[in-house]
Design a protein around this ligand. Sequence first.
Ligand code: BDR
Ligand code: CA
Length: 333
Amino acid sequence: MTSTKPHKVIYDTDPGVDDAMALYFALAHPAIDMVGITTTFGNVSVEQAATNALYLTTIAGRPGIPVTRGVKTPWVKHPEAPPAFIHGADGLGNLGSRVATHNQVDPRSSAQFIVDTARAHPGEITLVAVGPLGNLSLALKLEPTLPTLLREVIIMGGTVLEPGNVSPVAEANIWNDPHAADSVFTAGWKLTMVGLDVTHRVITELSLFKKIADHHDHLATTTLHQAVEFYSRFYSGLHKHLYKTPGCFAHDLLAFIYLVNSELFTLETGRVRVATDGLAQGQTIMNRRDYINYPQEGWDKEKPHTQVCMAVDAPGCLKVFENTLMSNWLAEN
Ligand code: BDR
Ligand code: CA
């Protein structure tokens, strides 16, 4: 932990099972102050994403956190179908039933909420973005000085050396809106990319979610366990090593673990651009050889750098996750 004051965070998300896992980690962690949740299309439609964010916060006893709806479609490319086979048609592993909740979305768009909050707290807000990046890209258009108003931006998305998860080279969040993503990588904020190079190294086992659910005996953690059961089934079918011991990649969670325990990650810094079209659409390309001085359009020295997570202490991350979720963070049911 780098500071004693909690990090004020806006969570830009498309919940999504691993988004839910990350949300509960953030709500449980004493060094994170969640000031708003901005939703986007991605794992589900933006309407469903906002419904899920409201539901998850309410059942965890935090209905006061503002939730907004954001972009519905990518900036330029044709929208892709939501991956119901990974996250369930409802984004939370097809929950059989939900308890009634009554809180409403904040009427502002996600981009407007980001701009308003950054202006109200200049230099204080960390934006953790774990879905397609259209809300950030739109916020940049509304407020071009946003990179100096935000403290930092941490994204879960992209990959450098690890193969992609939606194409041989592309990671899902970047591929879902490559033009928006490229505008985020070239905006000039303090930016950290937590991509598949590290998220594919950390497996959260289903048994851990059962342990957390049994420990708390609370609707929030049983809901998370149910959702992860569905999500793990997908990953167990895909990867032999997850067949015997069901579990999943906790992609979005690692963006928050980076925020509070950056010492668990090894970083490389370089310019990152996104391939917006063609076979490599959605690929994040990092220039790892800054000495190349050949004039290439798009790679000029004025382009900002991104910190990219290239290696991770997986057992360390799992310990932080378990300790945080097993702590006393939930009010009585
Ligand atoms: C990313 O894509 C989504 O399906 C997950 O929620 C995560 O943000 C992983 O590639
Ligand atoms: Ca996500």
